[in-house]
Write a protein that binds this ligand. Structure first.
Ligand SMILES: CC(C)(COP(=O)(O)OP(=O)(O)OC[C@H]1O[C@@H](n2cnc3c(N)ncnc32)[C@H](O)[C@@H]1OP(=O)(O)O)[C@@H](O)C(=O)NCCC(=O)NCCS
Length: 327
């Protein structure tokens, strides 16, 4: 059924046309592998990463079936592009995921999907599109009009605290879904920045405090700068029980429980101090505040930060290149 498909014949359906967009999960798992993902990972991704129903598409085989049937039957879907336009990044669309079933790759489906997403994003008044891609695909994205901006790494180390920060997340879940798509970094604005912190602060020793999910940009830290970060909306949309904000005298880290790991969504440090020194202090104190042995993932590290972390035992677990194009 799939074999004859070529780019001229495919039909692109927006997620808005699908009765249940969460059914795209099966296609995503066929393209990227089902891995050891927690139940509901795809719904969480759609929600947390603000996937836009009108800018995101599935490629479907509609030959011989009514459009309605094609929309309802995930068996006929063979490619997808998931795009968001979070308010925290004005004017910017993000291609969060682009994927085509292996045996249908190389027939122009990926290019058609991207073309549709670009057209819709342009219609929505957005000006640029960004994607985070693995090194092997940079050339492909360049062929779609993107240019490389910077390399971003996710770094891993292990907590070494005695008490350790914990969330009320219940039983541990399996591997985090964000590894399948790569979160995109973001500046802070909108969503939840005005919300009051869910306070349950407690000291962890060494001057470090923890509190359940503070706002992305806490009012008292307006003079801090971001060392690394993901997406304000993803932080605000993470279940409160999974969120924990850690604070040292010179830094603040928003973290969440992702499966067995703790993901640092954002690391802020005091501005008027030696940046290199505070970077070391912040990341060392952070590890001391996390329970011994708990994996800590720091997303969105630029080359300088990654280099500094690697000299102190952090490992690179994911390397991506941010690519961008005009719309
Ligand atoms: C990357 C992907 C989406 C491309 O979709 P596709 O439908 O196979 O791509 P297209 O048919 O539109 O384009 C194929 C062209 O891209 C080229 N291409 C494919 N992968 C490439 C790569 N890694 N580097 C450079 N060019 C590449 C092909 O050579 C072909 O060129 P041609 O048209 O001159 O022959 C698809 O291969 C895929 O799903 N890969 C696995 C999932 C993935 O890694 N997704 C991206 C991260 S979210």
């Amino acid at each position: 059924m799939w074999i004859e498909v070529n780019a001229d014949k495919l039909e692109l359906l927006t997620l808005a046309q699908l009765p249940d967009r969460e059914q795209v999960q099966r296609l995503a798992e066929r393209v990227f592998g089902s891995g050891d993902r927690p139940r509901g990972w795809f719904a969480r991704k759609l929600q947390r990463e603000c996937i836009d129903n009108d800018m995101s598409f599935v490629a479907a085989d509609t030959r011989g079936v009514p459009l309605q049937t094609a929309c309802e039957d995930p068996q006929g879907w063979y490619g997808m592009v998931l795009v968001n336009a979070p308010p925290s990044r004005p004017g910017m669309a993000h291609c969060v995921t682009l994927g085509v079933l292996r045996h249908l790759q190389g027939r122009g489906v990926g290019a058609r999907l991207m073309d549709a997403a670009v057209t819709q994003a342009r219609r929505a008044g957005l000006r640029r599109m960004q994607a985070l891609v693995e090194p092997a695909l940079v050339a492909y994205y360049q062929s779609l009009g993107f240019t490389s901006q910077r390399v971003v790494r996710t770094m891993l180390a292990f907590g070494r605290g005695s008490t350790g920060a914990t969330t009320n997340g219940g039983p541990e879940r399996a591997s985090p879904e964000y590894q399948a798509s790569g979160p995109t970094p973001a500046a802070s604005q909108g969503l939840g920045d005005t919300a009051s912190p869910e306070t349950d602060a407690r000291g962890l020793g060494n001057g470090v405090d923890s509190a359940k999910g503070e706002p992305w940009s806490p009012d008292d830290l307006v003079h801090h700068v971001e060392l690394c970060g993901w997406l304000a909306e993803a932080w605000e949309r993470t279940p409160p029980d999974d969120r924990l904000t850690l604070r040292g005298p010179l830094w603040c880290a928003h973290t969440s429980r992702e499966g067995k790991s703790r993901l640092v969504h954002r690391l802020l440090v005091a501005r008027d101090v030696d940046r290199a020194k505070v970077q070391v202090t912040a990341t060392e104190e952070l590890l001391d505040a996390v329970a011994a042995g708990e994996p800590v993932l720091m997303y969105g590290c630029d080359a300088k930060l990654a280099q500094s972390l690697s000299t102190r035992g952090w490992a690179t677990v994911q390397t991506g290149t941010e690519v961008e194009r005009d719309l």
